[in-house]
Design a protein around this ligand. Structure first.
Ligand code: AHM
Ligand code: MG
Length: 333
């Protein structure tokens, strides 16, 4: 039998790999796993209690807010705010910065997160998830500011995501290997199940909402037509998969390879996904697994955000597939 390793033990055993890390960082990661478990508990009984359904409100990004989104946001805030490891937080579901009470805002880390991704899938039992990223603060002390949050993904010191799916998995990296932990609900622990995940260099799956085809520019149309065309030598046609939950589509892409795309179009020139809470953390994960993420012209990790809820086109996955996409979008194919 394989050695059973809980996420807490794994984090502590690997602590020495993070330059300058003190126990503080390990406790921060462990708290994220705790928040994920509480969100999972509510997600898994969503059909049983009166928690699903829309609140009728619209969030800062213009989406209808589901009750479970609000709950997940509150859980993350509640668990993370009290840990003493952070100086400030920002969430996709909160308009401005989430301040940490003065007496606790002594931590050197900054947390950015999407508490519940794929919320349109909640009511229909399709996978949803959470995404997070951790920066070191750049301001000297006291409460963190917007400057601490508006950092390029390249500065992340850890990032990861959770998929609440047929089973619940938490995947994270601190820059040294990407590791996955599956939740054993009978004991309430995340157990190491996917050590050192590497994304295939090239895949045979593309993932995009093709319903928006008519809104795409000519290069984007040409790219998708290319992926669908038959050619044995280059492994085409690619298969199409689209869950409509970024983390679920990303998780499949990480394990099987291929490309996930959310391009800009004539209606939404910057696409839909948010740079800080979605694109940058997943770009950090994919790069540490040997893949790549781009907005078509620039590596996602090199983009310095200028506002909290900024959107970006996203092309993420196997290195060769992302490079192929860039060639098409830049008109070089
Ligand atoms: P959300 O964070 O409000 O759930 O929105 C983001 C989601 C992503 O999970 C998913 O990739 C995308 O929206 C799907 O959008 P569309 O329905 O336009 O294809
Ligand atoms: Mg989201």
């Amino acid at each position: 039998m394989q050695r059973i390793i809980t996420i807490e033990r794994f984090i502590i055993e690997r602590e020495h790999e993070i330059p300058g890390a003190t126990g503080e960082f390990s406790k921060l990661l462990t708290d994220i796993a705790l928040a994920a478990k509480i969100v999972w508990r509510e997600v898994s009984k969503a059909g049983l209690v009166d928690i699903i359904g829309s609140t009728g409100k619209v969030n800062i990004s213009g989406d209808v807010v589901q009750k479970l989104d609000e709950f997940a946001n509150e859980i993350f805030i509640n668990v993370m705010q009290k840990g003493g490891h952070l100086c400030v937080m920002a969430s996709e579901e909160s308009k401005g910065l989430i301040e940490i009470p003065e007496e606790l805002a002594k931590g050197k880390y900054v947390l950015v997160f999407d508490p519940l991704d794929g919320s349109s899938n909640i009511d229909v039992n399709v996978s949803i998830g959470s995404i997070f990223g951790i920066f070191r603060r750049v301001t000297p002390g006291g409460r963190g500011t917007e400057e601490d949050v508006l950092q390029p993904g390249r500065n992340l010191v850890a990032a990861g995501y959770v998929v609440y799916g047929s089973s619940t998995i938490l995947v994270y990296t601190t820059g040294n290997g990407v590791h996955g932990f599956t939740l054993d609900p009978s004991i309430g622990e995340f157990l190491l199940s996917h050590e050192n995940i590497r994304i295939p260099k090239k895949g045979d799956i593309y993932s995009v909402n093709e319903g928006y085809y008519e809104r795409w520019d000519e290069n984007m149309k040409k790219l998708v037509n290319y992926l669908k065309a038959e050619d044995k030598a280059t492994g085409r046609p690619y298969k199409l998969r689209y869950v409509g939950t970024l983390v679920a589509d990303f998780h499949r892409t990480l394990l099987y390879g291929g490309i996930f795309m959310y391009p800009g179009d004539s209606k939404n020139p910057e696409g839909k996904l948010r740079l800080i809470y979605e694109a940058a953390p997943l770009a950090y994960v994919v790069e540490k697994a040997g893949g790549r993420a781009s907005n078509g012209f620039q590596n996602i990790l090199d983009i310095k955000p200028t506002s909290l809820h900024q959107r970006t086109p996203l092309f993420i996955g196997s290195e060769e597939d992302v490079k192929l996409v860039e060639k098409f979008l830049q008109g070089k194919a």
